[in-house]
Design a protein around this ligand. Structure first.
Ligand code: ZN
Length: 316
């Protein structure tokens, strides 16, 4: 199952390879080509070369090489078709239908739309009178309004159907809302908001998709943090909060903090290379993802006993 050559060629030519690779590698110009540190092996002197004229790259250190599709496949860990889709999306190209059962990828796309709409909704509520309690909470915790906007923070109101009604008004079905895990089914079978009376933290992947939410309480309500369960668009073992910002920080280290609020406070103080897991112990998948961006991680968990134990586990 492949796209026709001319489609592939269009995808290739619509994506400037210097822009794409420059998003991952700090490139230096040398004549008509560029060089930098290879993202595919560990090196201190650059042996990664980019040749814009032929639209290709080659690393003399590890032998990695190919075109822009190969690069995206390897760096984003995608298969060929996914890499083509990634680049087509980026260039705003519509790929032809391949006549296969793509209901899963359609549902995934719907879930991402629902998530984006949900993030907008929660952010809007935060700025409205019904979100005042949430806004006050963030302000009391020392967040600036610009930080709140930067992270797209929000508030899930204290009713059980506010979001569900909003999204149904936008044409999403009960089943889609449940699949996106922004709603749960009640005993009567009717969907109800998954989050209510919580401050909301959207979790954004490296491509800028809202993939999930963390919801925090402002009181002793349990659980303290509630997050989206795994969906077609989200696997929590891979999730890292603020990695979408930290990957562009240009700093050599990443700071691994314990919670959303810690990360946000660090960013506000200028440490825009701070990230966090999603309220569980650091997973192997998260460690692999982190290793693609840095060789050095500073663990900045809480100094209490639980934090020290978590630090010892994360170091492994
Ligand atoms: Zn290399």
């Amino acid at each position: 199952m492949y796209y026709p050559d001319e489609v592939i060629e269009e995808v290739r030519s619509s994506n400037n390879i210097v822009d794409i690779i420059g998003g991952y590698v700090r490139l230096q110009k040398k004549g008509s080509s560029y060089f930098g540190l290879c993202p595919f092996h560990n090196e201190h002197t650059p042996s990664f070369n980019l040749y814009p004229e032929s639209g290709s790259f080659y690393c003399f250190g590890c032998g990695a090489g190919g075109d822009v599709i190969t690069f995206v496949r390897r760096i984003e860990n995608l298969d060929y078709m996914e890499a083509v889709k990634f680049l087509a999306d980026r260039a705003g190209l519509q790929l032809p239908e391949l006549g296969v059962d793509d209901s899963m990828s359609k549902l995934r796309a719907r879930i991402l739309e629902i998530n984006r709409e949900t993030a907008k909704f929660y952010h809007g509520v935060l700025k409205s009178p019904s979100g005042k309690v949430g806004l006050d909470y963030f302000l009391q915790r020392g967040l600036k309004p610009s930080t709140i906007t930067h992270f797209g923070l929000g508030f899930a109101p204290d009713t059980r159907f506010a979001l569900v009604n909003h999204l149904k008004g936008k044409g999403y079905t009960d089943e889609e809302l449940v699949q996106a895990n922004v709603a749960v089914k009640t005993r009567s079978g009717k969907p109800m908001d998954r989050f209510f009376h919580r401050v909301m933290f959207p979790i954004i992947d490296l491509r800028g998709n809202v993939i999930a939410f963390g919801g925090g309480t402002m009181t002793d309500q349990k659980p303290k943090y509630l997050k989206t369960s795994d969906t077609l668009a989200f696997k929590k073992s891979y999730g890292l909060f603020a990695m979408n910002f930290a990957k562009n920080s240009g700093k050599e280290q990443l700071i691994l903090a314990e919670g959303y609020m810690d990360v946000i406070a660090l960013h506000q103080a200028g440490f825009d290379n701070a990230i966090a897991g999603l309220g569980t112990a650091l997973t192997t998948e998260q460690a692999h993802l982190i290793a693609r961006y840095t060789k050095e991680v500073v663990i900045a968990y809480d100094a209490d006993e639980a934090g020290q134990k978590a630090t010892a586990r994360a170091i492994q």
